[in-house]
Design a binder for this molecule. Structure first.
Ligand SMILES: Cc1cc2nc3c(=O)[nH]c(=O)nc-3n(C[C@H](O)[C@H](O)[C@H](O)COP(=O)(O)OP(=O)(O)OC[C@H]3O[C@@H](n4cnc5c(N)ncnc54)[C@H](O)[C@@H]3O)c2cc1C
Length: 500
């Protein structure tokens, strides 16, 4: 714990009971998952201190006191469309990217597990969103970009200074889930393309040096398969603004990332990969952010749980500490088990992604399996985050509801996780698609059968969970299309509850 009383300007220690904890060193389950999946426990101790101290305070301060501001004009009357971050938030992001190298591991012989483990420690959905949309941009450019576009990568992953930010802008006003309804048009202009249209939810506006965006090449087919993926630099080839930031949105959470609306008026754009594969590249990119969403969700839950645990050790009711009341013990145990189970599932999904992330369309069986696990993990972790953060509020009693303290923010932050990167309904529909069109559940069953066969302790429990998974999949594959769609989210949640 922090020694905040020694330093009377370290006020945040009065507001948070976990301020000053090394959130990595105390997290034995996280260390065990890493040991299991990558055979080592990385040295994230410094990040654990940073996350349990500076980041806790900075993200709460940004949310409550100092949200990003749209700077539309410079002092000389030029349109600039930049976003002014609190300088301490900017410092924290630069530290994460440059000093902790959060976006480097997969590109430097490390693993996605390490990237996501660092994301778990950061967890604040707004700040981690900035990191995630940047690594998503690097990912698409690395896999499908030409040499010119790949020149952005060193700055996106923190190998070179100054760092660059990426972004992923797909959603339009008429639909985010229904990407096929995208109306932004791309017109060819010599070697490049020009975009006309707008994006209704655009995180990272005013920060992004280069953004990925979806558009329909003029005359192209309707629906999602008619979309291509483009890279849009902030400045065009003449050095002028390449797109307009219409405004920033007012949000109930994720306030450390600016989210706005963007207009394209003949915006210069560079095609990524093949014209006809855009939707596949977008889905791939969403896999990176859905895993981030999943690990961020359990990271948020963990912070709220730690606050609740500490509070229960300090607050008394009916003559004894909260922690001594059986019902409180039961609540805390339930939170802990929920977080650990969901975190294990995310790392399993990350593990399969790590083995298959270099796959390209039409993809291997392994990649489809990783995608199936990602849908399941995205859904179950979002539910876990909402549940655990709500319970953390409740365990703080009336204090938990006050916006003066950090607890209610964790709940607000948790509530984005079932919405962005595809709602839970969309995860359920995508799960069905992965099962019916790609047979991804067969790969999952085979893998799980092997794992269960190796489990010695608690073998019967594992076998019982396996039976539920078998019968759930059997039901899913035997229902009529309408019935299976009606029950898709139940199936998704059931699988998510049994898998860990
Ligand atoms: C803070 C924030 C930041 C964001 N940042 C970005 C960003 O940077 N880039 C970006 O591209 N997007 C971004 N988004 C958009 C986000 O991804 C979408 O809001 C989300 O995917 C849902 O799409 P929608 O809002 O259009 O909802 P809709 O698609 O209109 O959905 C409304 C409801 O209908 C349900 N629904 C829709 N279709 C079906 C169906 N077929 N079956 C069953 N239910 C269905 C949904 O589950 C949902 O509950 C952001 C959103 C927020 C809130």
């Amino acid at each position: 714990m922090s020694n905040y009383l020694e330093n009377n300007i370290d006020v945040y220690g009065f507001l948070s009971n976990i301020y000053g904890m090394n959130v990595y060193d105390i997290d034995k389950p996280l260390q065990r998952f890493l040991q299991y999946f990558i055979g080592k426990v990385p040295s994230f101790s410094e990040l654990g201190i940073f996350a349990g101290r500076d980041l806790l305070e900075i993200t709460d301060y940004v949310d409550k006191v100092s949200r990003p501001r749209h700077i539309m004009w410079d002092i000389n009357g030029n349109r600039v469309d930049r976003v002014w971050l609190n300088p301490v938030e900017r410092w924290a992001i630069e530290k994460l990217v440059l000093d902790f190298g959060i976006n480097k591991p997969p590109y430097h012989g490390g693993s996605w597990h390490e990237h996501y483990a660092m994301g778990f420690l950061v967890s604040d959905p707004g700040l981690y969103c900035i990191i995630t949309i940047t690594i998503q941009t690097a990912y698409a450019l690395y896999k499908y970009g030409n040499d010119e576009l790949r020149r952005y990568i060193p700055r996106l992953i923190g190998d070179e200074r100054p760092i660059n930010f990426g972004a992923t802008w797909f959603t339009e006003v008429q639909g985010g889930s229904d990407l096929g309804a995208n109306a932004t048009i791309a017109k060819r202009d010599g070697d490049l393309w020009r975009l006309y249209g707008d994006k209704y939810f655009a995180s990272g506006v005013g920060l992004a040096d280069i953004a990925l965006t979806s558009a329909r090449p003029e005359g192209g087919r309707a629906g999602a398969k008619g979309l291509a993926l483009f890279a849009v630099p902030r400045l065009n080839s003449k050095g002028d603004l390449n797109f307009i930031v219409r405004r920033l949105k007012e949000k109930s959470g994720t306030n450390s990332v600016p989210t706005g609306e963007v207009e394209f008026h003949g915006t210069e754009a560079y095609l990524i990969g093949d014209l006809s594969n855009g939707i596949y590249y977008i889905m791939e990119d969403l896999m990176v952010s859905r895993l981030a969403n999943a690990i961020g969700a359990v990271g948020v839950a963990r912070k709220a749980y730690l606050e609740a645990y500490e509070y229960a050790n300090k607050r008394s009711a009916f003559g004894k500490l909260l922690i001594e009341h059986p019902l409180v013990i039961r609540d805390l145990m339930d939170m802990e088990v929920t977080i650990e189970g969901a975190t294990a599932l995310v790392f399993k999904a990350v593990n399969e992604f790590d083995k298959s992330w270099r796959d390209k369309p039409p993809y291997s069986e392994h990649y489809h399996y990783a995608r199936l696990l990602t849908h399941i993990a995205k859904n179950v972790t979002a539910d876990a985050a909402a549940y655990v953060t709500r319970l953390a509020m409740e365990l703080h009693g009336g204090i938990g509801f006050l916006s003066e303290y950090p607890i209610e923010r964790w709940h607000r932050e948790a509530l984005i996780t079932p919405i962005w990167e595809g709602t839970s309904n969309i995860q359920a529909l995508d799960m069905l698609e992965a099962m019916t069109k790609k047979n991804a559940h067969i790969a999952m069953l085979n893998d799980l059968e092997n794992i269960v066969a190796e489990i010695k302790a608690y073998h019967n429990t594992a076998e019982a969970a396996m039976n539920v998974i078998r019968s759930t999949l059997q039901t899913a594959t035997s229902l009529s299309p309408l019935e299976v769609e009606f029950r898709a989210k139940d199936i998704l949640s059931l699988l998510g509850m049994q898998l860990p």
